[in-house]
Design a binder for this molecule. Structure first.
Ligand code: CAO
Length: 424
Protein backbone atom coordinates (compact mmCIF):
# COMPACT_ATOMS: atom_id res chain seq x y z
CA UNK A 1 0.00 0.00 0.00
CA UNK A 2 1.49 3.39 -0.96
CA UNK A 3 1.87 5.92 1.80
CA UNK A 4 -0.89 8.47 2.21
CA UNK A 5 0.65 11.90 1.53
CA UNK A 6 -2.29 14.24 2.06
CA UNK A 7 -0.85 17.22 0.15
CA UNK A 8 0.11 15.20 -2.92
CA UNK A 9 -1.15 17.01 -6.02
CA UNK A 10 -0.94 20.47 -4.44
CA UNK A 11 1.48 22.56 -6.50
CA UNK A 12 3.22 25.37 -4.67
CA UNK A 13 5.36 28.15 -6.14
CA UNK A 14 7.94 28.76 -3.45
CA UNK A 15 9.04 32.34 -3.99
CA UNK A 16 10.62 32.50 -0.54
CA UNK A 17 14.06 33.10 0.88
CA UNK A 18 16.02 33.09 4.14
CA UNK A 19 13.96 31.38 6.87
CA UNK A 20 10.37 32.50 7.47
CA UNK A 21 8.96 31.50 4.07
CA UNK A 22 11.20 28.45 3.45
CA UNK A 23 10.24 26.93 6.84
CA UNK A 24 6.57 27.11 5.79
CA UNK A 25 6.99 25.58 2.34
CA UNK A 26 9.39 22.89 3.60
CA UNK A 27 6.72 21.64 5.97
CA UNK A 28 4.14 21.52 3.17
CA UNK A 29 6.66 19.63 1.01
CA UNK A 30 7.18 17.05 3.78
CA UNK A 31 3.45 16.44 3.75
CA UNK A 32 3.42 15.74 0.01
CA UNK A 33 3.04 19.07 -1.81
CA UNK A 34 5.07 19.67 -4.98
CA UNK A 35 7.07 22.73 -3.90
CA UNK A 36 8.95 24.50 -6.67
CA UNK A 37 11.47 26.94 -5.30
CA UNK A 38 11.95 29.85 -7.69
CA UNK A 39 15.41 31.34 -7.38
CA UNK A 40 17.44 33.98 -9.12
CA UNK A 41 19.84 32.43 -11.68
CA UNK A 42 23.47 32.29 -10.56
CA UNK A 43 22.86 33.19 -6.92
CA UNK A 44 19.69 31.62 -5.57
CA UNK A 45 18.52 31.95 -2.00
CA UNK A 46 21.10 33.91 -0.04
CA UNK A 47 21.25 31.16 2.60
CA UNK A 48 22.89 28.82 0.08
CA UNK A 49 26.11 30.74 0.62
CA UNK A 50 25.65 32.19 4.13
CA UNK A 51 27.61 30.63 7.03
CA UNK A 52 29.11 27.91 4.85
CA UNK A 53 30.94 25.11 6.63
CA UNK A 54 32.09 23.38 3.41
CA UNK A 55 33.49 25.47 0.54
CA UNK A 56 31.28 25.49 -2.58
CA UNK A 57 28.57 23.35 -0.96
CA UNK A 58 25.12 24.67 -0.06
CA UNK A 59 25.24 25.83 3.56
CA UNK A 60 23.33 23.99 6.28
CA UNK A 61 21.25 27.14 6.66
CA UNK A 62 19.82 26.36 3.23
CA UNK A 63 19.76 22.56 3.35
CA UNK A 64 17.90 22.52 6.68
CA UNK A 65 15.09 24.76 5.39
CA UNK A 66 14.62 23.55 1.84
CA UNK A 67 14.41 19.77 1.87
CA UNK A 68 11.90 17.93 -0.32
CA UNK A 69 11.67 20.86 -2.79
CA UNK A 70 12.51 21.31 -6.47
CA UNK A 71 14.60 24.27 -7.63
CA UNK A 72 13.77 26.33 -10.71
CA UNK A 73 16.02 29.25 -11.58
CA UNK A 74 14.16 32.12 -13.18
CA UNK A 75 14.95 35.80 -13.65
CA UNK A 76 11.50 37.23 -13.09
CA UNK A 77 12.64 40.69 -14.13
CA UNK A 78 13.10 39.65 -17.80
CA UNK A 79 10.15 39.35 -20.17
CA UNK A 80 10.81 35.65 -20.76
CA UNK A 81 11.11 35.00 -17.02
CA UNK A 82 7.81 36.78 -16.38
CA UNK A 83 6.13 34.61 -19.02
CA UNK A 84 7.38 31.44 -17.34
CA UNK A 85 6.12 32.68 -13.97
CA UNK A 86 2.73 33.45 -15.52
CA UNK A 87 2.49 29.90 -16.85
CA UNK A 88 3.54 28.55 -13.49
CA UNK A 89 0.89 30.65 -11.72
CA UNK A 90 -1.76 29.26 -14.07
CA UNK A 91 -0.64 25.71 -13.29
CA UNK A 92 -0.28 26.06 -9.49
CA UNK A 93 -2.49 26.18 -6.42
CA UNK A 94 -0.45 28.28 -4.02
CA UNK A 95 2.25 30.93 -4.27
CA UNK A 96 4.23 31.71 -1.13
CA UNK A 97 6.52 34.75 -0.90
CA UNK A 98 8.42 36.67 1.74
CA UNK A 99 10.06 39.49 -0.21
CA UNK A 100 10.46 42.96 1.17
CA UNK A 101 7.31 45.13 1.07
CA UNK A 102 6.15 45.89 -2.48
CA UNK A 103 8.72 43.67 -4.29
CA UNK A 104 6.11 41.40 -5.88
CA UNK A 105 4.09 44.40 -7.10
CA UNK A 106 7.24 45.97 -8.56
CA UNK A 107 7.88 42.70 -10.39
CA UNK A 108 4.44 43.12 -12.00
CA UNK A 109 2.66 40.42 -9.99
CA UNK A 110 0.07 42.32 -7.99
CA UNK A 111 -2.70 40.36 -6.28
CA UNK A 112 -5.09 41.61 -8.98
CA UNK A 113 -2.81 40.34 -11.75
CA UNK A 114 -2.35 36.97 -10.03
CA UNK A 115 -6.13 36.58 -9.69
CA UNK A 116 -6.55 37.41 -13.39
CA UNK A 117 -4.09 34.66 -14.24
CA UNK A 118 -5.58 32.13 -11.82
CA UNK A 119 -8.69 32.93 -9.74
CA UNK A 120 -8.10 29.78 -7.70
CA UNK A 121 -4.62 30.88 -6.62
CA UNK A 122 -3.83 31.20 -2.93
CA UNK A 123 -1.20 33.91 -2.43
CA UNK A 124 0.53 33.57 0.92
CA UNK A 125 2.87 36.28 2.21
CA UNK A 126 5.12 36.95 5.15
CA UNK A 127 5.97 40.56 5.91
CA UNK A 128 7.47 42.19 8.96
CA UNK A 129 4.30 44.13 9.79
CA UNK A 130 0.74 43.70 8.64
CA UNK A 131 -0.87 45.69 5.84
CA UNK A 132 -1.81 49.20 6.93
CA UNK A 133 0.50 49.10 9.96
CA UNK A 134 2.47 52.30 10.48
CA UNK A 135 5.68 50.27 9.98
CA UNK A 136 4.43 48.34 6.94
CA UNK A 137 7.27 49.63 4.76
CA UNK A 138 10.01 48.13 6.97
CA UNK A 139 12.13 45.15 6.01
CA UNK A 140 12.39 42.77 8.93
CA UNK A 141 14.65 39.98 10.16
CA UNK A 142 14.19 37.65 13.12
CA UNK A 143 15.48 39.82 15.94
CA UNK A 144 13.70 42.90 14.67
CA UNK A 145 10.44 40.95 14.89
CA UNK A 146 11.24 39.73 18.40
CA UNK A 147 11.65 43.37 19.47
CA UNK A 148 8.50 44.53 17.68
CA UNK A 149 6.35 41.62 18.89
CA UNK A 150 6.95 41.88 22.64
CA UNK A 151 9.38 38.97 23.10
CA UNK A 152 12.51 41.07 23.69
CA UNK A 153 10.97 43.42 26.25
CA UNK A 154 9.76 40.48 28.33
CA UNK A 155 12.79 38.15 28.03
CA UNK A 156 15.91 38.33 30.17
CA UNK A 157 16.96 39.89 33.44
CA UNK A 158 15.46 42.89 35.16
CA UNK A 159 18.56 44.02 37.04
CA UNK A 160 22.32 43.73 36.93
CA UNK A 161 24.80 44.07 34.13
CA UNK A 162 22.88 42.13 31.47
CA UNK A 163 19.43 43.53 32.03
CA UNK A 164 18.75 44.88 28.55
CA UNK A 165 15.91 43.44 26.40
CA UNK A 166 16.97 39.96 25.25
CA UNK A 167 16.54 37.94 22.07
CA UNK A 168 15.50 34.29 22.25
CA UNK A 169 17.50 31.76 20.26
CA UNK A 170 14.23 30.20 19.10
CA UNK A 171 13.14 31.58 15.72
CA UNK A 172 9.98 33.22 17.01
CA UNK A 173 10.01 35.71 14.15
CA UNK A 174 11.05 33.42 11.30
CA UNK A 175 10.07 29.76 11.56
CA UNK A 176 7.18 30.58 13.87
CA UNK A 177 5.73 32.97 11.30
CA UNK A 178 6.20 30.29 8.66
CA UNK A 179 4.22 27.82 10.78
CA UNK A 180 1.39 30.33 11.16
CA UNK A 181 1.43 30.85 7.39
CA UNK A 182 1.22 27.09 6.78
CA UNK A 183 -1.96 26.97 8.88
CA UNK A 184 -3.31 29.93 6.87
CA UNK A 185 -2.52 28.24 3.55
CA UNK A 186 -4.20 24.98 4.52
CA UNK A 187 -7.24 26.91 5.78
CA UNK A 188 -7.47 28.85 2.51
CA UNK A 189 -7.08 25.59 0.59
CA UNK A 190 -10.00 24.01 2.44
CA UNK A 191 -11.93 27.25 1.87
CA UNK A 192 -11.21 26.95 -1.83
CA UNK A 193 -12.63 23.43 -1.86
CA UNK A 194 -15.90 24.99 -0.65
CA UNK A 195 -16.01 28.16 -2.80
CA UNK A 196 -13.77 27.39 -5.78
CA UNK A 197 -11.95 30.68 -5.18
CA UNK A 198 -8.46 31.39 -3.92
CA UNK A 199 -7.57 34.15 -1.51
CA UNK A 200 -4.69 36.14 -0.11
CA UNK A 201 -3.22 34.93 3.17
CA UNK A 202 -0.80 37.10 5.10
CA UNK A 203 1.04 36.72 8.38
CA UNK A 204 3.21 39.45 9.81
CA UNK A 205 6.23 38.50 11.88
CA UNK A 206 5.19 41.00 14.54
CA UNK A 207 1.77 39.34 14.87
CA UNK A 208 3.24 35.83 14.97
CA UNK A 209 5.66 36.81 17.77
CA UNK A 210 2.90 38.61 19.65
CA UNK A 211 0.70 35.53 19.39
CA UNK A 212 3.37 33.55 21.25
CA UNK A 213 3.69 36.36 23.80
CA UNK A 214 0.01 36.26 24.66
CA UNK A 215 0.68 35.37 28.32
CA UNK A 216 2.68 38.58 28.64
CA UNK A 217 -0.28 40.56 27.30
CA UNK A 218 -2.33 38.71 29.94
CA UNK A 219 0.19 39.89 32.55
CA UNK A 220 0.10 43.50 31.31
CA UNK A 221 -3.65 43.65 31.90
CA UNK A 222 -3.40 41.91 35.28
CA UNK A 223 -0.65 44.31 36.31
CA UNK A 224 -2.72 47.34 35.32
CA UNK A 225 -5.65 46.04 37.35
CA UNK A 226 -3.93 44.55 40.40
CA UNK A 227 -0.64 46.49 40.59
CA UNK A 228 1.72 43.51 40.89
CA UNK A 229 2.38 40.04 39.48
CA UNK A 230 2.74 37.53 42.25
CA UNK A 231 4.44 34.81 40.18
CA UNK A 232 7.28 37.10 39.06
CA UNK A 233 10.61 36.86 40.88
CA UNK A 234 10.32 40.53 41.90
CA UNK A 235 7.35 39.69 44.14
CA UNK A 236 7.25 40.42 47.06
CA UNK A 237 10.77 41.72 47.75
CA UNK A 238 11.27 44.08 44.80
CA UNK A 239 7.84 45.64 44.34
CA UNK A 240 9.40 48.73 42.75
CA UNK A 241 9.69 46.67 39.57
CA UNK A 242 5.90 47.02 39.16
CA UNK A 243 5.52 50.71 39.85
CA UNK A 244 5.47 51.81 36.20
CA UNK A 245 2.82 49.17 35.41
CA UNK A 246 4.86 47.69 32.55
CA UNK A 247 5.42 43.90 32.50
CA UNK A 248 9.01 43.48 33.71
CA UNK A 249 11.46 40.86 32.50
CA UNK A 250 11.10 37.80 34.69
CA UNK A 251 14.40 35.93 34.29
CA UNK A 252 13.72 32.21 34.33
CA UNK A 253 10.43 32.37 36.21
CA UNK A 254 7.62 30.10 35.08
CA UNK A 255 5.21 31.92 32.77
CA UNK A 256 2.04 30.43 34.20
CA UNK A 257 0.58 29.82 37.62
CA UNK A 258 3.32 27.34 38.57
CA UNK A 259 6.52 28.88 39.93
CA UNK A 260 9.66 27.44 38.37
CA UNK A 261 13.36 28.19 38.01
CA UNK A 262 16.59 26.92 36.48
CA UNK A 263 18.57 25.12 39.18
CA UNK A 264 22.25 24.23 39.37
CA UNK A 265 23.31 20.57 39.36
CA UNK A 266 26.62 18.84 39.87
CA UNK A 267 29.28 20.31 37.60
CA UNK A 268 27.63 23.67 36.89
CA UNK A 269 30.92 25.45 37.66
CA UNK A 270 32.47 24.09 34.46
CA UNK A 271 29.53 22.87 32.37
CA UNK A 272 27.31 25.75 31.17
CA UNK A 273 24.36 23.37 30.84
CA UNK A 274 24.53 21.42 34.12
CA UNK A 275 21.08 22.65 35.17
CA UNK A 276 17.51 21.44 35.35
CA UNK A 277 14.23 23.33 35.15
CA UNK A 278 12.12 22.60 38.20
CA UNK A 279 8.42 23.44 38.48
CA UNK A 280 6.66 23.79 41.82
CA UNK A 281 3.27 22.55 40.71
CA UNK A 282 0.63 23.70 43.21
CA UNK A 283 -1.11 20.35 43.72
CA UNK A 284 2.19 18.43 43.73
CA UNK A 285 3.54 20.10 46.86
CA UNK A 286 3.39 16.94 48.97
CA UNK A 287 5.47 14.84 46.51
CA UNK A 288 8.00 17.69 46.28
CA UNK A 289 8.39 17.67 50.07
CA UNK A 290 8.79 13.87 49.99
CA UNK A 291 11.36 14.04 47.21
CA UNK A 292 13.40 16.64 49.11
CA UNK A 293 13.13 14.85 52.46
CA UNK A 294 11.23 17.80 53.97
CA UNK A 295 8.02 16.17 55.27
CA UNK A 296 7.54 19.03 57.79
CA UNK A 297 6.80 21.46 54.92
CA UNK A 298 3.65 19.46 54.12
CA UNK A 299 1.84 20.73 57.19
CA UNK A 300 3.65 24.00 57.96
CA UNK A 301 1.13 26.79 57.13
CA UNK A 302 4.02 28.91 55.83
CA UNK A 303 4.34 26.42 52.95
CA UNK A 304 1.01 24.66 52.38
CA UNK A 305 -0.53 27.01 49.76
CA UNK A 306 1.04 28.63 46.70
CA UNK A 307 0.32 32.09 48.21
CA UNK A 308 2.03 31.14 51.47
CA UNK A 309 5.03 29.71 49.60
CA UNK A 310 5.63 32.68 47.31
CA UNK A 311 7.55 34.81 49.87
CA UNK A 312 9.77 31.74 50.49
CA UNK A 313 10.15 30.69 46.89
CA UNK A 314 13.86 31.55 46.71
CA UNK A 315 14.49 29.58 49.89
CA UNK A 316 12.59 26.63 48.39
CA UNK A 317 14.66 26.77 45.21
CA UNK A 318 17.86 27.03 47.32
CA UNK A 319 16.80 23.91 49.25
CA UNK A 320 16.24 22.00 46.01
CA UNK A 321 19.61 23.17 44.70
CA UNK A 322 21.26 21.96 47.88
CA UNK A 323 19.56 18.58 47.41
CA UNK A 324 20.83 18.18 43.82
CA UNK A 325 24.29 19.70 44.20
CA UNK A 326 25.92 16.24 44.18
CA UNK A 327 23.66 14.90 41.39
CA UNK A 328 24.04 15.32 37.65
CA UNK A 329 21.11 16.87 35.80
CA UNK A 330 20.09 13.41 34.60
CA UNK A 331 20.26 11.93 38.11
CA UNK A 332 18.22 14.81 39.49
CA UNK A 333 15.49 14.37 36.87
CA UNK A 334 15.48 10.61 37.45
CA UNK A 335 14.71 11.23 41.11
CA UNK A 336 12.06 13.90 40.55
CA UNK A 337 10.26 12.02 37.77
CA UNK A 338 9.38 9.30 40.30
CA UNK A 339 7.45 11.97 42.23
CA UNK A 340 5.65 13.21 39.11
CA UNK A 341 7.36 16.60 39.28
CA UNK A 342 7.41 18.51 35.96
CA UNK A 343 11.12 19.00 35.25
CA UNK A 344 13.78 18.41 32.59
CA UNK A 345 17.52 18.69 32.13
CA UNK A 346 18.81 21.72 30.22
CA UNK A 347 19.94 20.00 27.02
CA UNK A 348 22.71 21.39 24.85
CA UNK A 349 22.65 21.26 21.04
CA UNK A 350 25.45 18.66 21.22
CA UNK A 351 23.27 16.44 23.40
CA UNK A 352 20.16 16.94 21.25
CA UNK A 353 22.03 16.15 18.03
CA UNK A 354 22.98 12.75 19.46
CA UNK A 355 19.75 12.03 21.33
CA UNK A 356 18.66 8.48 20.48
CA UNK A 357 14.97 9.15 21.17
CA UNK A 358 14.92 12.09 18.76
CA UNK A 359 16.59 10.00 16.09
CA UNK A 360 14.12 7.17 16.64
CA UNK A 361 11.07 9.39 16.39
CA UNK A 362 12.29 11.10 13.21
CA UNK A 363 12.60 14.47 14.95
CA UNK A 364 16.26 14.53 13.89
CA UNK A 365 17.07 12.82 10.60
CA UNK A 366 20.17 12.07 8.58
CA UNK A 367 19.97 13.14 4.95
CA UNK A 368 22.27 12.30 2.04
CA UNK A 369 23.20 15.31 -0.09
CA UNK A 370 24.92 14.95 -3.49
CA UNK A 371 27.57 17.58 -2.69
CA UNK A 372 27.73 17.80 1.11
CA UNK A 373 27.52 14.09 1.84
CA UNK A 374 25.46 13.31 4.92
CA UNK A 375 24.06 15.91 7.30
CA UNK A 376 21.51 16.06 10.08
CA UNK A 377 18.37 18.12 9.99
CA UNK A 378 15.23 18.59 12.02
CA UNK A 379 12.47 16.29 10.79
CA UNK A 380 8.75 16.85 11.11
CA UNK A 381 7.77 17.84 14.65
CA UNK A 382 4.22 16.82 13.74
CA UNK A 383 3.65 13.08 14.00
CA UNK A 384 0.87 11.23 12.20
CA UNK A 385 -0.34 7.67 12.51
CA UNK A 386 -0.33 7.13 8.72
CA UNK A 387 1.88 9.78 7.15
CA UNK A 388 5.56 9.26 7.87
CA UNK A 389 7.25 12.29 6.29
CA UNK A 390 10.44 11.29 4.54
CA UNK A 391 13.01 14.08 4.47
CA UNK A 392 14.99 14.25 1.23
CA UNK A 393 17.93 16.49 0.29
CA UNK A 394 17.44 20.13 -0.60
CA UNK A 395 17.78 20.75 -4.34
CA UNK A 396 20.91 22.12 -5.97
CA UNK A 397 20.45 25.55 -7.54
CA UNK A 398 18.39 25.10 -10.71
CA UNK A 399 18.44 21.30 -10.43
CA UNK A 400 14.89 21.01 -11.74
CA UNK A 401 14.76 23.98 -14.12
CA UNK A 402 14.52 21.97 -17.34
CA UNK A 403 12.14 19.44 -15.81
CA UNK A 404 9.72 22.15 -14.65
CA UNK A 405 9.92 24.05 -17.94
CA UNK A 406 9.12 20.83 -19.82
CA UNK A 407 6.12 20.26 -17.57
CA UNK A 408 4.95 23.78 -18.49
CA UNK A 409 5.07 22.80 -22.18
CA UNK A 410 8.37 24.36 -23.30
CA UNK A 411 10.30 22.52 -26.03
CA UNK A 412 13.97 21.59 -25.70
CA UNK A 413 14.87 24.38 -28.16
CA UNK A 414 12.93 26.99 -26.23
CA UNK A 415 14.59 25.87 -22.99
CA UNK A 416 18.02 26.10 -24.61
CA UNK A 417 17.24 29.62 -25.83
CA UNK A 418 16.18 30.64 -22.32
CA UNK A 419 19.46 29.35 -20.90
CA UNK A 420 21.37 31.31 -23.54
CA UNK A 421 19.38 34.47 -22.78
CA UNK A 422 20.07 33.95 -19.05
CA UNK A 423 16.36 34.02 -18.22
CA UNK A 424 16.76 30.74 -16.33
N1 CAO B 1 14.43 37.16 -10.30
C1 CAO B 1 14.62 38.49 -10.31
N2 CAO B 1 14.51 39.27 -9.23
C2 CAO B 1 14.21 38.64 -8.08
C3 CAO B 1 14.00 37.26 -8.00
C4 CAO B 1 14.13 36.50 -9.18
N3 CAO B 1 13.95 35.20 -9.19
N4 CAO B 1 13.72 36.95 -6.72
C5 CAO B 1 13.76 38.10 -6.04
N5 CAO B 1 14.06 39.13 -6.87
C6 CAO B 1 14.19 40.53 -6.52
C7 CAO B 1 12.88 41.14 -6.07
O1 CAO B 1 12.08 41.47 -7.16
C8 CAO B 1 13.39 42.32 -5.28
O2 CAO B 1 13.79 43.34 -6.17
P1 CAO B 1 13.37 44.92 -6.00
O3 CAO B 1 13.63 45.27 -4.58
O4 CAO B 1 14.28 45.59 -6.98
O5 CAO B 1 11.95 45.09 -6.34
C9 CAO B 1 14.63 41.73 -4.63
O6 CAO B 1 15.05 40.64 -5.42
C10 CAO B 1 14.34 41.10 -3.25
O7 CAO B 1 14.21 42.09 -2.40
P2 CAO B 1 13.98 41.81 -0.84
O8 CAO B 1 13.56 43.12 -0.30
O9 CAO B 1 13.05 40.70 -0.58
O10 CAO B 1 15.43 41.32 -0.36
P3 CAO B 1 16.42 41.93 0.72
O11 CAO B 1 17.58 40.98 0.72
O12 CAO B 1 16.74 43.36 0.47
O13 CAO B 1 15.63 41.83 2.09
C11 CAO B 1 14.39 40.71 3.81
C12 CAO B 1 15.53 40.61 2.76
C13 CAO B 1 14.23 39.33 4.44
C14 CAO B 1 14.74 41.75 4.87
C15 CAO B 1 13.08 41.12 3.09
O14 CAO B 1 12.85 40.20 2.05
C16 CAO B 1 11.86 41.15 3.98
O15 CAO B 1 11.69 42.07 4.78
N6 CAO B 1 10.98 40.16 3.82
C17 CAO B 1 9.72 40.09 4.53
C18 CAO B 1 9.92 39.71 5.95
C19 CAO B 1 10.63 38.40 6.07
O16 CAO B 1 10.21 37.38 5.59
N7 CAO B 1 11.72 38.43 6.81
C20 CAO B 1 12.30 37.21 7.33
C21 CAO B 1 13.28 36.64 6.52
S1 CAO B 1 13.96 35.31 7.42
O17 CAO B 1 14.96 36.06 8.50
Amino acid sequence: MSMNKPLQGVKIIDFTHVQAGPACTQMLAWFGADVIKVERPGAGDVTRSQLRDIPDADALYFTMLNSNKRSLTLDTKTQEGKEVLEKLIKASDVMVENFGPGALDRMGFTWERIQELNPKMILASVKGFSEGHHYEDLKVYENVAQCAGGAASTTGWWKGENSEPTISAAALGDSNTGMHLAIGILTAYIGRMQTGRGQKVAVSMQDAVLNLCRVKMRDQQRLERVGYLEEYPQYPHEMDAFKDKVVPRGGNAGGGGQPGWILKCKGWETDPNAYIYFTVQGHAWAPICDALGKPEWKTDPAYTTPQARQPHINEIFATIEDFIKDKTKYEAVNIFRKFDIPCAPVLSMAELLRDESLRKSGSIVEVQHPVRGSYYTIGSPIKFSELKPEVTASPLLGQHTDEVLEELGYTAQQIQAMHEGKAV
